[in-house]
Design a protein around this ligand. Structure first.
Ligand code: HEM
Length: 531
């Protein structure tokens, strides 16, 4: 379907001539937008070309830094409707979060879907997790749920995140992604085996943004009126549109003709009134260490088995409105895991705690100090703070009737005051040594094996093919470490990857292609000779 570029003229008839007049941002009517001011028609130009300088310097700054990860994205507005229950139980048993209490209660949302590794105009067909970030504009302020399509993650300690992203992003010299760098890191991070098993299966390329699941991945807490907490994981399940993934050859075919297919698919579905819907489900565990499990409930590389911790539906989201302007809404949107409302809380999941610092820090750099005053990020409820100043402050966050001289608290002269408490505080108790240590129950391979065995035959075939393709570009010690990890997960898994690599090497040698191992050795030898 062609995009409708005439929409504005259809919906905004009878604009008066004055309202169409081109001006500068200072409100000066522009009488000539074709010629700069010059000494004679052939120049030179002069430095007081105010209109030109304003125009070109703004143009020079048209891009803000792209997101350091998840740079390519598409967004849409919608509505979240609460069920008032978690499965059969009243939701108030677990959380006092207002947006979830009343059946049918509606909260506006903005969602941004994304790919992770490559830049802002990279293809949307790549094997990569997809971001699934939802901003709920609740009556208690914003709640951001910053998730991915897959339910687990590569690592569990945030200290490893910058290294992981460096290894996955393009090489610093060639500017090309390199599977040898990718698997070098992964093979030395055994906790990534489970995520790699999903990523190289057909689940690694969702067909588009509408037909994919979402997950909060990290473990959060819910807190009820009495201050009691439970551990919670969030999941988005597509409703009428279903789930669809692509095999590698299908993705290649789409990419050859259209590298924006997912953005277009979302935009066009919403324009046509075919609104995508997801059900929000939660898994709940009591708030303790669960020694009976062979994994730690705070470990984001693990799934919570659904037979023990079933999906409980708590609400439904419908996306029904496209952004009016990509940059204003999608590019400048800022989501973060620290953005929670009363009744929702953090768990001790280390990755979650590391993420929570990173998001608002990068947004102060990427969008600016006052990013929360932009309409897409500002809550649709009362905001009154004593934070003021900084680049691009749009207005003071003052309350009506507030004494404008008092930008501090406490004060006896009419300043802002603390809100009354709601419900009892959740006050977890801690007593432990301050350490740098892994969690005890790492159990890095068991669930990877279970996931491998849970796949259908065609999914396993695709997984092995994709891994063999990628690993055949890696040197032998990386391959060996990966085969060891796959074998630990499942003997058949390791054997098939090993056999596939031997076959791939033979085919390469027979067809006269360069053996990657030999190429690497040659390069290393050259390096030694140079020394
Ligand atoms: C974006 C950091 C793990 C999902 C980002 C951004 C940063 C970041 C700096 C760019 C934000 C911006 O410019 O607005 C981290 C760190 C992580 C981590 C430090 C681990 C220590 C994860 C995980 C998930 C995730 C586990 C999935 C659950 C996302 C999504 C976005 C994002 C969806 C894009 C949000 C948007 O659409 O604007 N992350 N991340 N990240 N991250 Fe993470």
């Amino acid at each position: 379907m062609p995009l409708n570029h005439d929409k504005k003229s259809e919906t905004s008839p009878n604009l008066s001539a004055a309202s169409q007049t081109l001006t500068t941002r200072q409100g000066h009517p522009v009488t000539d937008n074709q010629n700069i001011r010059t000494v004679g028609s052939r120049g030179p130009s002069t430095l007081e070309n105010y209109h030109y300088l304003e125009k070109i310097t703004h143009f020079d700054r048209e891009r803000i830094p792209e997101r350091v990860v998840h740079a390519r994205g598409a967004g849409a507005h919608g509505i979240f409707e609460a069920y008032g229950k978690a499965g059969d139980e009243p939701i108030a048993k677990y959380t006092r979060a207002k947006l979830l209490q009343q059946p049918g209660k509606q909260t506006p949302v903005f969602v941004r879907f994304s790919t992770v590794i490559h830049g802002t105009h990279s293809p949307e067909t790549l094997r990569d997790p997809r971001g699934f970030a939802v901003k709920f504009y609740t009556e208690d302020g914003n709640w951001d749920m910053v998730g991915n399509n897959l339910k687990i993650f590569f690592i569990r300690d945030p200290l490893k995140f910058p290294d992981m992203i460096h290894a996955f992003k393009p090489d610093p010299i060639t500017n090309v992604q390199d599977m040898q760098r990718f698997f070098d890191f992964v093979s030395l991070s055994p906790e990534a085996t489970h995520m790699i098993t999903f990523l190289f299966s057909p689940w690694g390329i969702p067909a588009n943004y509408r037909q994919m699941q979402g997950s909060g991945v990290n473990t959060y807490k819910w807190v009820n009126e009495a201050g009691e907490a439970v551990l919670v994981k969030y999941h988005w399940e597509p409703l009428k549109q279903g789930i669809k993934n692509l095999l590698q050859p299908e993705a290649n075919e789409i990419q050859a003709v259209n590298f924006n297919h997912a953005t277009l698919d979302l935009y066009q579905a919403i324009e046509q009134g075919d609104y995508p819907e997801w059900e929000l489900c939660v898994q709940i565990m009591s708030d303790d260490e669960h020694p009976e499990l062979d994994f730690d409930p705070l470990d984001p590389t693990k799934l919570w088995p659904t037979d023990q911790f079933p999906f409980l539906p708590v609400g439904k989201m419908t996306l029904n409105r496209n952004p009016e302007d990509y940059f204003t809404e999608v590019e400048q949107a800022a989501f973060g895991t620290g953005v929670l409302v009363d009744g929702l809380d953090f768990s001790d999941d280390k990755l979650l705690q590391g993420r929570t610092f990173s998001y608002s820090d990068t947004q102060r750099h990427r969008v600016g100090t006052n990013y929360l005053q932009l309409p897409i990020n500002a809550p649709k409820t009362h905001v009154a703070t004593n934070q003021s100043g900084g680049q691009m402050q749009y207005r003071p966050d003052r309350a009506p009737g507030q004494n404008p001289h008092v930008n501090y608290e406490p004060s006896s002269m009419g300043g802002l005051q603390e809100a009354p408490k709601r419900g009892k505080d959740h006050e977890p108790y801690y007593e432990a040594k301050l350490v740098r240590q892994k969690i005890d129950r790492t159990c890095d391979f068991k669930q990877a094996g279970e996931t491998y065995r849970s796949f259908e035959d065609w999914e396993r075939d695709e997984l092995i093919n994709n891994l063999v393709d990628a690993l055949s570009m890696c040197k032998s010690d990386i391959r060996e470490r990966m085969i060891r990890h796959f074998t630990e997960a499942d003997a058949d898994y390791g054997r098939r990857v090993a056999e596939g690599l031997t076959r791939a090497d033979q085919i390469k040698i027979e067809s006269g292609q360069t053996d990657p191992e030999q190429a690497v050795k040659k390069a290393q030898q050259k390096g030694h000779e140079a020394e």
